[in-house]
Design a protein around this ligand. Structure first.
Ligand SMILES: Nc1ncnc2c1ncn2[C@@H]1O[C@H](COP(=O)(O)OP(=O)(O)OP(=O)(O)O)[C@@H](O)[C@H]1O
Length: 302
């Protein structure tokens, strides 16, 4: 559905996307992860022709966005990072104007808007001015807007940033539902848990290209297998010594010392053999992979 080959985008002498290769298939919920500035939004903007590529190849639904972005936009819905709603108009007015803009037949507009407002639990706000909506309501409304064209492909650019847990969980449910109904989804997020919950496949981007690709499970298994024990900072010296001897992966930040080991028993033995009590032990997760691959892991053995 989206194929990028050696894709490049430069802004002046700065290269934002630097030889990106990826292929997103119909029916996937595909995650694009990467640190700030990795080139995720630039890539997304290239898929619908708002940003023109500098080099390489890009096709979406078999079309080149450089020459055929209209065809692509008809079949795609986008939840952008900024809401871009007309604050002085009501919810209904905003959505009706958007329906006209994307060419929904006049006779269908009202029903389509009302159905989607219902779907996103916003019916009671239909005559309310955007100005008075909460951040969570505005985000849900941007989802409504993205779905008005009944897209085959839904692009979600950091869809839950800044939202409270209840709204985030509600949106996760909706994304899962849309995916189950056959919508192809491309998601960028800085919440690793969100990517683990929603994505069947993902890439981690760094400096404008793909660092790693796979299912969340495979990536964890490949790059950071095992378990992580979190210890108090007071234990840092003892743990640093033991990590050298036992080749544990050892990191620390302001909240504690993180020790990753392949086997759970390696961590529990720190308690039985050395009197070191973990505050928590958890299976390693996508955040561990992300920190490792983007070079942000503070590691004694790095
Ligand atoms: N129009 C532009 N002109 C100049 N530089 C740009 C432009 N758009 C993006 N960039 C730069 O390209 C790089 C990649 O930006 P991009 O927004 O694609 O990253 P991102 O991975 O989406 O980051 P974030 O997670 O912060 O949204 C950044 O360094 C950014 O400053």
């Amino acid at each position: 559905m989206i194929i990028a080959k050696s894709l490049v985008k430069t802004f002046g002498d700065f290269t934002a996307v630097n030889g990106l290769d990826l292929s997103i298939k119909q029916g996937e919920c595909f995650g694009l992860l990467g640190p700030n500035g990795a080139g995720k939004s630039t890539f997304i903007s290239m898929t619908y022709g708002t940003v023109q590529r500098t080099g390489g190849e890009l096709s979406v639904f078999g079309h080149d966005p450089r020459t055929n972005s209209r065809e692509i936009k008809k079949r795609m819905g986008v939840v952008t990072q900024d809401n871009a709603l007309d604050e002085s108009l009501t919810v209904m007015e905003n959505m009706m104007i958007y329906c006209a803009f994307i060419g929904v037949p006049r006779s269908e507009r009202q029903k389509r808007v009302l159905d989607l407002l219902e779907y996103m639990n916003l019916t009671h706000k239909k005559d309310t001015k955007i100005l008075t909506l909460s951040g969570g309501m505005k985000r849900r409304l941007v989802f409504v807007r993205a779905l008005l064209g009944r897209p085959e492909l839904l692009i979600l650019d950091e869809p839950t940033t800044g939202l409270d847990p209840a709204v985030r969980h509600l949106l996760w449910g909706k994304v899962k539902e849309l995916h189950q109904q056959g919508t192809t989804i491309v998601l960028t997020t800085h919440y690793m848990h969100e990517a683990e919950v929603l994505c069947n496949r993902l890439v981690i981007m760094n400096h404008g290209k793909v660092s790693a690709e796979g299912t969340p499970k495979d990536m964890i298994h490949k790059f950071t297998p095992g378990f992580v024990g979190i210890f108090s900072l007071e234990d840092r010296m003892k743990l640093a010594d033991l990590s050298q001897q036992k080749s544990f992966h050892f990191n620390e930040d302001a909240s504690g010392v993180y020790v990753r080991a392949n086997a759970l028993s390696d961590l529990t033995s720190l308690h039985s053999d050395h009197g070191l009590n973990p505050l928590q032990i958890r299976p390693s997760n996508l955040e561990d992979v992300f920190l490792k691959l983007t070079g942000q892991e503070l590691s004694a053995d790095a």
